[in-house]
Design a protein. Structure first.
Ligand code: DOR
Ligand code: ZN
Length: 351
């Protein structure tokens, strides 16, 4: 049987929510990843070090017994964030990054930034204190076509921002276009990008395949095949500034399968397996460890994890849904009810 052993990967972009949802989803991530960078778009947002510390404690409490998993936290950048809060974040030891949501760009982004220049003193301090700026890179111009929002943001906002703050380290999150991949490749070493499994495996046809498919709707929205191929090429190139960030974004089934369904694909139940599938299809399994386990840690200035995971090529069916820990609703994972080719061996089991 074909097996693949990797240094344990990290997830550099993850939503775990809170409460019952947190208890449902965290075991999936903790079984696979050594660390994850946890997004702060709760309601209300995680905007201070005190709030991030309390959220981190709730995550640690929700971990299954025996899990060896470290949550790394982000602060939600608002126009009220102060340079002093950045100092506290830099000193606390568990906040490597601050997240920029353009106001209105996505789920729970209303408290995000309308006028970027109001955050400049904070960005200046972040550059001085070496905190990373994680960016949801989509234009919020209401007249912009939804499929153009990412490359418009890159041209109109990201490029000038990098000129103004040349030492600020930035991660352009969940890139979805050829233009974004090319921009990152050509940029200085201060810029990196994460790529999700759905953007490596699917193009925008998947949102409409035989009818509307709410579980394939996320933001930034899936793009044309040309873009999927460019992303796959970037991910499998072993370029050090492309790395794994699932953007696994759980929403209860009733809020996805609705007249105005929430954006987000839940992928934590099979995250590393789905990346293996994408890399195998590109004939690039030998590059998966760089993308999944090395490049992100190096960008964040951390050593790779010290242990390994093993994947086997063994076709299996993704469960139709997962019960939520409370409330009676369910959670539908990416590729629910479909076959995926790779499986991760439980700790201690050998092929
Ligand atoms: O699809 C998405 N879901 N994109 C985001 O940027 C946010 C996320 C969420 O929190 O649900
Ligand atoms: Zn996200």
């Amino acid at each position: 049987m074909e097996t693949l052993t990797l240094l344990r990967p990290d997830d550099w972009h993850l939503h775990v929510r809170d409460g019952a949802m947190l208890r449902t989803v965290l075991p999936h991530t903790a079984a696979r990843f050594g660390r994850a960078l946890v997004m702060p778009n709760l309601k209300p947002p995680v905007a201070t070090v005190a709030e991030a510390s309390a959220y981190r404690a709730r995550i640690l409490e929700a971990l299954p017994a025996g899990a060896r998993f470290t949550p790394l936290m982000t602060l939600y950048l608002t126009e009220q964030t102060t340079p002093e809060e950045i100092d506290r974040a830099a000193e606390c030891g568990f906040i490597p990054a601050v997240k920029l949501y353009p106001a209105g760009a996505t789920t729970n982004s209303a408290a995000g930034v309308c006028a970027l220049e109001r955050t400049f003193p904070v960005l200046e301090r972040m550059a001085e204190r070496n905190l990373v700026l994680c960016v949801h890179g989509e234009s919020t111009d209401p007249t912009a076509d939804i499929f153009d929002r990412e490359h418009l943001f890159v041209e109109q906002t990201l490029a000038p921002l990098m000129q103004r703050f040349p030492t600020l380290r930035i991660v352009l999150e969940h890139i979805t276009t050829r233009q974004a991949a090319e921009f990152v490749r050509a940029a200085p070493d201060t810029l990196a990008a994460t790529i999700t499994p759905q953007h490596l495996l699917l193009n925008r046809n998947a949102i409409f395949h035989g009818g509307v498919r709410p579980h394939h709707y996320c933001l930034p929205v899936l793009k044309r095949e040309e873009h999927r191929r460019a992303l796959l090429e970037a991910a499998t190139s072993a370029h050090p500034r492309f790395f794994l960030g699932t953007d696994s974004a759980p929403h209860a089934r009733a809020t996805k399968e609705a007249a105005c369904g929430c954006a987000g694909c839940y992928s934590a139940h099979a995250a590393i397996e789905l990346y293996a599938q994408a890399f195998a299809a590109a004939g690039a399994l030998d590059r998966l460890e760089a993308f999944a386990s090395r490049n992100g840690a190096a960008f964040y200035g951390l050593p790779p994890n010290g242990d390994t995971i093993t994947l086997v090529r063994r076709a299996h069916t993704v469960p139709e849904s997962f019960p939520l820990a409370e409330g009676g609703d369910t959670l539908v994972g990416l590729f629910a009810g479909e076959t995926i080719e790779w499986q991760m061996l439980p700790q201690g089991e050998s092929a």
